[in-house]
Design a binder for this molecule. Sequence first.
Ligand code: HEC
Length: 179
Amino acid sequence: MICRNTLLAMFGLSVPLVLAACGPAGKAANPPGEPAATLEEEAPVDIELAKLMGDMQHHSAKLGYAIAGHNHPLATFYLEEVHEVLGELMTVEADDGMPIAHPAGVILEPALEALESKLAAKQSWSEISYQYELVIESCNRCHLATEHGFIEILPARGEPPFNQRFAAAEDLHLDRPVR
Ligand code: HEC
């Protein structure tokens, strides 16, 4: 399963080739009249989940940099993006027999909503930053719950690896480095 999922994610276009490579040696790939039925049913879900997670990572990293930059509109923007991805995640009932929507709703959603209300209420940046770390912790808690604890996400720190400014406009006047 891991072989198939990983390779599918990496080489989504060469599916039959990959399957043949992963299947038991000597086994005919698809008997005539039986196209890759299971593959067609399962593959899109796997690919979708990995892609959604990539989006999660991208948006939540930028969210962290926007919070570190005390940039309210930008943090609000990325938080909405993360929430949108969560909405898509909630449509994936299960993946590889592992429930996805349920743990996502129980683990990530409350942390995300708490951050949303703190940000909307313009609470202190240290309060918002702390809640952001709880959101990242909830990503990891869900990875543990879905047997992917080896995927460990860290709060965004240091120089952003993006060609984008995250600092709030008013911070431009300050001495600290502008990102
Ligand atoms: C439903 C629980 C769940 C939640 C919530 C969750 N993940 Fe995941 N994540 C998974 C599973 C399951 C996989 C493995 C997906 C696969 O098999 O392709 C994964 C894979 C990943 C990967 C590896 C794929 C890649 O693109 O490198 C990253 C990164 C990731 N998640 C980031 C996040 C971040 C960031 C958050 C929180 C904002 C998050 N995840 C929230 C379950 C979850």
